[in-house]
Design a protein around this ligand. Sequence first.
Ligand SMILES: [Zn+2]
Length: 385
Amino acid sequence: MTSSIQYLEQLIAFPTVSRESNLDLISYIQDVLKKLGVISTIVHNEEKTKANLWATIGPADVAGVALSAHTDVVPVIGQNWSSDPFILTRKGENLYGRGSADMKGFIACCLAMAENAVKHPLKTPIHFAFSYDEEIGCIGVRRLLDMLKTLPIRPRFCIVGEPTMLQVVTAHKGKLGYRVTAHGLEAHSSLAPIGVNAIYMACDLIAEIRRIQADIASHGARDGDYEVAYTTLHVGKISGGVAMNIVPNETNFDFEIRYLPQDDGEAIAARIREAAEKVAFGFRSVFADARFTFADLQSYPAMDTPVDSDVVNFVRALTGGNSTGKITFGTEGGLFQKELGIPAVVCGPGNIAVAHKPDEYVSEVQMALCDDMLARLVDRLCSEA
Ligand SMILES: [Zn+2]
């Protein structure tokens, strides 16, 4: 028997930062499963540099429980780690390493569980859905979902093992991200009024975005179960201008909309595009071609699973916890729900608060609790079709 912590040690050693290949890690998992007699389906990206893995333990002709996880991790560059982020390091009862919480800890528990599951006569199968490029906008799993759409039988529901301290999470916000470019007219700065300053255009539009945010915050939908109860707009990056003595002709900024499931993110985006048209119009008396262009950045749908649904009751019975929660960060669960109509919950070991930071860790207790949860899953699927 290989323990979940032993598997975690192996998984952490693959530096699967999103921009790098995850193929070595995928073939490691494929080998582990193959030794247990479990065949994996590999779904590559276009360039064949990364891959998703799909595997089924148990009967192939029954809709099963999908366990979803991403294999990529965020970079460590510029972070001050106390130990090598790609060597699992134990200090006290915590296990440190990049991805320990987000979310190789969960994958490790899945592999340890697989050793146990293959020895049992499952009536309902367990599926593994391990993806790439989640951290850069839930990119990889979309190809896996396209493959699942072609299968005659789809999973009954999905558990996404993102770190929630094993709380059952039923909902998260959706996200839309854009890069906006303001196109103005350059001029010598001593003749500033004959140019159109693209920095001013961008600032005026950002002021409109802030006005829309204020309106949403005071008049929009609210859900007190979220840490921030309403849909948020945020500008995270801006760049423009070349020198003091040039009126800049181009400025761009990145903004995001993190919307409640009951809000329409696209409608809010349309409202911002309308505001952009109005702002641009104001500059056209000087330059007829003053305008904004929008390019899509990362986006993913919201997830919203009713608290009284089967999947929620099922996973609550596995964890033994009564409460459910909602989270502010996104997961692949929204895509399972939107693309395939598969109800999803988020429930995994570790704390999101330590993810993406130096000295990320998962505790041994969390790993053990996740092992217990997955052992109960196997038990339950032996008795239940
Ligand atoms: Zn994650």
